[in-house]
Design a protein around this ligand. Structure first.
Ligand SMILES: [Zn+2]
Length: 288
């Protein structure tokens, strides 16, 4: 059996694509976030992908990922661990060979196209040799996130099927297209996505057994999320969408209540918010 058939990220996403629902891929910053996110997935009987920025590795010498793995393994629903936007080649290699990730996003988009493709291909092979699935982003999604190089100065480039094909040839398992999505907060007009492009990419990736991932979901409405899922997107990256009310509560109450109450109550808010978005993705009750 090919190792990819038992890779947790790929299993979760393939089931989602076949079942026409989306799975949240939630950014966690602390072990506390991991615990609340898994709790919500268990409450809703939903699969879940928890993802980390490379910051989480350097911040903890990788220990946060190892601790998250313990939580994931003890969960009663499938939970995969994913590394988001890894722009540093050494960290990709460390994460692939030393840490319990199921999948890694190789992000060399800050290099010129040919260099980007060459590096992506080499790193995908390295990851696959260590049984990690890979994700990449042809084109360029605008904006910046925590610990990720701000590419706002670089022009956002849309992903064409031709461009996607070059990355598929590099052997990636998950494609994150740039279809007008934006990292961080959207301009006042809100997200303006190019669905005709997404539809063209979907028929292309599906035929090649590659899954689709949506980045830049801040300010998304449930309807917009579902419009993407209806067009075949299975991996839904979220950050602020689930963490916003939790962080607000934390900031407001950090000096007012005991630490144990602060952690309990703020995590309760995170669990509720997670449950809401799990429902919107239609992944509730889908855990196998
Ligand atoms: Zn992203």
């Amino acid at each position: 059996m090919n190792w990819k058939d038992s890779n947790t990220t790929l299993q979760i996403l393939k089931n989602a694509e076949n079942g026409k629902y989306g799975v949240l891929a939630t950014i966690a910053y602390t072990l506390d976030h991991v615990i609340a996110m898994v709790q919500a997935a268990e409450n809703k009987r939903s699969p879940l992908i928890i993802q980390f920025f490379p910051w989480a590795i350097t911040h903890s010498k990788g220990n946060l990922i190892k601790a998250a793995k313990v939580v994931a393994e003890n969960a009663s629903v499938p939970v995969a661990l994913h590394l988001d936007h890894c722009q540093n080649e050494e960290i990709v290699k460390f994460a692939a060979s030393e840490l319990p990730f199921d999948s890694i996003m190789v992000d060399m988009s800050h290099y010129e196209k040919e260099e980007n493709l060459r590096k992506t291909k080499d790193l995908v092979k390295f990851c696959n040799d260590h049984r990690k699935a890979t994700e990449a982003e042809p084109g360029r999604i605008e904006g910046g996130e925590d610990g990720i190089m701000d590419t706002e100065e670089l022009e956002g480039i849309l992903t064409t099927p031709d461009e996607a094909d070059l990355f598929l040839q590099a052997g990636i398992d998950i494609l994150s297209p740039a279809i007008g999505n934006f990292h961080g907060d959207y301009p006042p007009a809100g997200p303006q996505l190019r669905f005709e492009l997404l539809e063209a990419l979907e028929s292309y990736t599906r035929a090649r057994d590659v899954r689709l991932c949506l980045h830049g979901t801040n300010d998304f409405t449930p309807k917009l999320l579902q419009d993407n899922i209806d067009r075949g997107v299975s991996k839904i990256n979220v950050n602020k969408l689930v963490l916003d009310t939790h962080l607000e509560f934390f900031q407001k109450n950090a000096n007012r209540i005991s630490l144990t109450t602060l952690f309990d109550d703020s995590n309760k808010i995170l669990v509720e918010r997670m449950e809401y978005w799990i429902e919107q993705c239609r992944s509730a009750g889908r855990a196998k």
